[in-house]
Structures are given as structure tokens and as C-alpha cells.
Design a binder for this molecule. Structure first.
Ligand SMILES: Nc1ncnc2c1ncn2[C@@H]1O[C@H](COP(=O)(O)OP(=O)(O)OP(=O)(O)O)[C@@H](O)[C@H]1O
Ligand SMILES: [Mg+2]
Length: 203
């Protein structure tokens, strides 16, 4: 599979087929036992743990299936921290302003000071999305980013991801069970028992 800048690729397939595992490989969070993962020409398996961390910090936004927000931090601080790590040269007031903008964009402008336990599942998912997008990464990986959202909110969130791809040239790899969402992607791949095939028909 190749993903071009500004391209949105959807991955569909049954539970347990290996979609999240693939995302972990693309993120450099797991190492492949065989085969290659190259991001912007860089072979991930050749990188040290420190270099992998640097790659994730500079080049990657990731929305995890299980959110992975920091429980002791507010929504605003969860997003601000990601930007502070990606762009430490920015002054703190700019970081906080951008974090607030990202949260407002996902409809959480009224939830900035809430901690994750005081947010619904869908709200936590949107904090995760704001965190993944706040630094405008060249690569965005998203694991069922609309899985906990109602249709209207899901559509808003999807629009944001497509915007990011088009405006910033972000390559987006999106895992979804939602056929309507997959149908909006530029290309769709189906994962079946660890095998990825490109499909023209969305199942
Ligand atoms: N850390 C792990 N160690 C061993 N096996 C694992 C590990 N993580 C996942 N698996 C197994 O690998 C297979 C693929 O899991 P994966 O999480 O990639 O599926 P998925 O396609 O994302 O499914 P879902 O749609 O339910 O999220 C499953 O059979 C799972 O049990
Ligand atoms: Mg999964």
C-alpha cells in the first residue's frame, strides 16, 4: 500500500483482521518482523527508539481506538501538551490558543477544562482527534475516529480530517467500520486475516 500526500485512504475489514496492528506498524509503535514501512522515504525499521519517538513527534498524528488521553489533564492540556512536544519553540499562549481552536473545531469549545473522566466517549474521541491534528502532521493515522460518534458529529469530524488532508497535504489512513465514511475516502483497502487488498466496491 502506498499513500500519497493529501490522500485519504480508508481501511475496512472484520474485527480481529489486523487493522489496528497495521496502524501500530505505520506509527512505529510496533516493529515489523518482515516487510518494510517507509514514511517520507524513511524506513522505520532502521530507526532507533529515540529516532522513532522523534518521527512520531514531528511527523505523526494518531487517533487511537481507545483514546489514550492523559487522565489528570484537562481536554485543553491534553491537546496543548501534544503541540508543545511537537513545536516546543512556540510560546505557551500560542500553544494554548491553538489547542483551544482545535477543540472548538471538533465541537468541544465548551469542554476545555473538563478532564477525560468527565467527558463522554464521543467527546474523548474528539479530544483525541484534536490532539492528533493540532500540530498539522504530514501523516494522520486514525483508528475508528467516528466509532463513538452520532452521525452528525461524525460527519463534522470527518470533514475536519478531509480538510486537513486537502489544505495541508496530510496523508490520512483511516480505519473505519462505517461504509459511508469509507466511501468518501480516495481509496479503500480491505483487511482480511492480515491481508490487505484494494477494493473498488465498499462493503
Ligand atoms: N499485542 C498483541 N499480541 C498478540 N496478539 C495480538 C496483539 N494485539 C492484537 N492481537 C491479535 O491480532 C489480531 C488482530 O488484532 P487487531 O487489533 O489488529 O484487529 P482489528 O482489525 O483492529 O480489530 P477491531 O476491528 O476489533 O479493532 C487479533 O486476533 C488480536 O487478538
Ligand atoms: Mg482495531
Amino acid at each position: 500500500m502506498r499513500v500519497a500526500p493529501a490522500e485519504v485512504v480508508a481501511i475496512v475489514g472484520p474485527s480481529g483482521s489486523g487493522k489496528t496492528s497495521l496502524l501500530m506498524l505505520l506509527a512505529g509503535l510496533e516493529r515489523a518482523t518482515s516487510g518494510q514501512v517507509k514514511v517520507r522515504g524513511q524506513e522505520l525499521s532502521a530507526l532507533s527508539e529515540d529516532d522513532l519517538a522523534r518521527f512520531r513527534r514531528k511527523s505523526l498524528g494518531i487517533v487511537f481506538q481507545s483514546f489514550h488521553l492523559i487522565p489528570s489533564l484537562t481536554a485543553l492540556d491534553n491537546v496543548a501538551l501534544a503541540l508543545e512536544i511537537a513545536a516546543p519553540e512556540l510560546p505557551m499562549h500560542k500553544i494554548r490558543a491553538k489547542a483551544a481552536d482545535a477543540l472548538t473545531a471538533v465541537g468541544l469549545g465548551q469542554r476545555l477544562e473538563h478532564r477525560p473522566t468527565a467527558l463522554s466517549g464521543g467527546e474523548q474521541q474528539r479530544v483525541g482527534l484534536a490532539r492528533a491534528m493540532v500540530a498539522n502532521p504530514p501523516l494522520l493515522l486514525a483508528d475508528e475516529p467516528t466509532g463513538n460518534l452520532d452521525q452528525t458529529t461524525g460527519a463534522v469530524v470527518v470533514e475536519l480530517m478531509f480538510d486537513l488532508a486537502r489544505k495541508n497535504g496530510t496523508a490520512v489512513v483511516l480505519i473505519t467500520h462505517d461504509p459511508a465514511l469509507a466511501a468518501r475516502a480516495d481509496r479503500v483497502f480491505t483487511m482480511t486475516q492480515g491481508e490487505l487488498t484494494e477494493s473498488t466496491v465498499v462493503s
